[in-house]
Design a protein around this ligand. Structure first.
Ligand code: 5GP
Length: 181
């Protein structure tokens, strides 16, 4: 049913499986003695984080934050709000932030600076998608699933007005979905 709103698939379910396996292996190797906190930024992180953590073969702790930047539309507002804060201390810990997509980089930059200020030993970023053309701050995620062009995408956690997060792939919406609002 949701497929009918999609113009094209950018990253297939099979590709996402491979990405999770590849990044999970690298993270396992780099963090095997560090017991990192893997922090998901809600709600977009849910599908990718769920898949990624099952590919990490060392001890990790999970944490979540709810940070908003887009407010449901297709343009970044640049206004970042922490709606739900982390409930575990990061002081003296290694932290890996898990994102669905890094676009302007503002959201991650704010969270990275906050976690460093709170005393994390290291803060790295793993993201399913990277849109480097959209960047307005200096930020290079350590672990990137796939780099995509500056297009508005939905699926695998990414929404348009809270919908399409449950698509099993990442795609581009048909223009009429926006115009028939
Ligand atoms: P940034 O702060 O890097 O500009 O944006 C990060 C957040 O903006 C992402 O977690 C996501 O919620 C939203 N975002 C950025 N690009 C897209 C996109 O192409 N599609 C959707 N649905 N959300 C996006």
């Amino acid at each position: 049913m949701l497929d009918k709103d999609i113009e094209k698939i950018l990253v297939s379910a099979e590709e996402i499986d491979e990405i999770a396996k590849r990044l999970g292996k690298i993270i396992t190797e780099e963090y095997k003695d560090k017991f990192p906190i893997v922090i998901g930024l809600l709600k977009g992180c849910v599908p990718f984080m769920g898949k990624l953590i099952t590919e990490i073969d060392c001890h990790i702790e999970l944490g979540f934050m709810d940070v908003s930047s887009y407010h449901g539309g297709i343009q970044s507002s640049g206004d970042i709000k922490i709606k739900k804060d982390l409930n575990i201390p990061v002081k003296g810990r290694h932290v890996i932030i898990t994102e669905d997509i890094v676009d302007t980089g503002r959201t991650i930059k704010v969270i990275m600076d906050l976690l460093k200020y709170r005393g994390a030993i290291s803060v790295s970023v793993v993201t399913l998608l990277d849109k480097p053309e959209g960047r307005v701050v200096v930020l290079d995620p350590e672990y990137i699933g796939v780099t995509i062009p500056k297009e508005f995408v939905v699926g695998y956690g990414l929404d348009y007005e809270e919908k399409y997060r449950n698509l099993p792939y990442v795609g581009v919406l048909k223009p009429e979905v926006y115009s028939t609002k």
